[in-house]
Design a protein around this ligand. Structure first.
Ligand code: ADP
Length: 357
């Protein structure tokens, strides 16, 4: 196959993309190859460059270095820049800016000027329907709830059938319950329409729920791009491991493929069998309560927070030379008071191992 044929498998290809704002390096040699109908989530702390990547793809920022292809066609390099409106990209921001003087139906029809009247009307009806907005077509945006307005914004972006849909923190301004509802609905529509999506989020749960692939960004770089499963279970760095919630660390010796810690023997991945020392990063949800005296260690309770579905407990192990404090997220209730002891063990499958030295 020629390079062009390969290129055509991807909805989006970014090569060596670097971007400065003045002297500030915001994006540093990013590469993305996004397959058709996939959802990629750029995930990372505030200021790491997520929105800049979306702005470059949308054509709202001029590409300074690198190359960008959409469905195999070059849309930008340091000399060429196809106009934003000709890239076939739909964009939805956190602040869904609807046209206040247009009705919901007119907002959705906005990008459909090229279609004949009848087809335009059918397309609007279809999008009102799939976003459960049947009764809202004649209403003006200010009369709608936040969740409805966001669904209109999504319908407006999807109605022209973009090659790529870009979602920039599109759900963050909604309250928790509504956020999860709009997210589910959006996912359903995206799957139905087989749309390729790049979304930006700082919320690991949102990324895990929606994305086929997650790209973890840090200081302008993508440091790992993988499936949600791989990102969670096989993070390539401590930064990625820590992004998915609290962890506690133990440095320990390693013999015959086993890390020997007070939590018991933890298997070490084959590739690290040659090292003598490893760092174990234990996720808060890796801990569980046990009555089995042959398992785990005795831990003292400092604080118990009931989170409904789970309990977050601040614990310490007193029997070590230096007291060791950690958080555990447990699925079973904790009835014991502060300063009582409970027995805590670790599920080795939820421990991430990094070599030392
Ligand atoms: P994120 O979306 O991950 O929060 P951004 O892409 O918005 O990050 O920003 C990346 C970096 O570039 C940040 O340090 C931010 O302050 C800076 N930045 C973003 N936009 C501009 C701009 N228009 N002018 C100057 N600096 C900017």
């Amino acid at each position: 196959m020629t390079a062009n044929h390969n290129r055509a498998c991807f909805s989006l290809e970014l090569r060596d993309v670097t971007h400065h704002y003045g002297r500030h390096l915001a994006i540093n040699q990013i590469e993305i190859f996004l397959k058709k109908q996939n959802i990629l989530c750029l995930l990372g702390p505030s200021g790491c460059g997520k929105s800049t990547v979306l702005r470059l793809i949308a054509g709202l920022e001029k590409l300074q270095q690198g190359e960008m292809y959409i469905e195999g066609h070059l849309v930008a390099n340091s000399h060429i820049s196809i106009k934003a409106e000709s890239r076939g990209v739909g964009l939805v921001f956190q602040d869904y800016v609807l046209f206040p003087h247009l009705t919901v139906a007119q907002n959705i029809a906005f990008g459909l000027g090229k279609l004949a009247q009848k087809m335009r009307q059918e397309r609007v009806e279809y999008f009102l329907d799939i976003f459960h907005l049947h009764d809202c077509g004649h209403l003006y945006p200010h009369t709608l709830s936040g969740g409805q307005q966001q669904r209109v914004a999504l319908a407006r972006a999807l109605a022209p059938q973009p090659k790529l849909l870009l979602l920039d923190e599109a759900f963050s301004s909604l309250d928790v319950r509504l956020r999860s509802y709009v997210r589910e609905q959006t996912l359903e529509v995206i799957r139905k329409l087989q749309t390729t999506v790049i979304m930006v989020s700082h919320d690991p749960i949102e990324a895990m729920e929606m994305a086929d692939e997650i790209a973890i960004m840090r200081a302008g770089r993508i440091i790992q791009i993988d499936s949600p499963y791989q990102i969670y279970h096989n993070p390539k760095s401590e930064f990625v491991a820590e992004f998915f919630g609290e962890t506690s660390s133990v440095i320990t010796v390693c013999h015959n493929g086993m890390a020997e810690s007070y939590w018991g023997h933890i298997p070490v991945p084959n590739e690290f069998h040659h090292v003598n020392q490893v760092k174990l990063m234990i996720r808060a949800e890796a801990f569980y309560q046990t009555d089995d005296a042959s398992l785990g260690v005795r831990a003292r309770i400092h604080d118990v927070r009931d989170l409904g579905r789970m309990v977050k407990v601040h614990l310490s192990i007193d029997e070590l030379p230096e007291p060791y404090f950690f958080y555990a997220v447990l699925t079973e209730p904790v009835y014991q008071p502060k300063d009582a002891y409970i027995r805590i063990a670790v599920d080795p499958k939820r421990v991430v191992v990094f070599p030392i030295g």
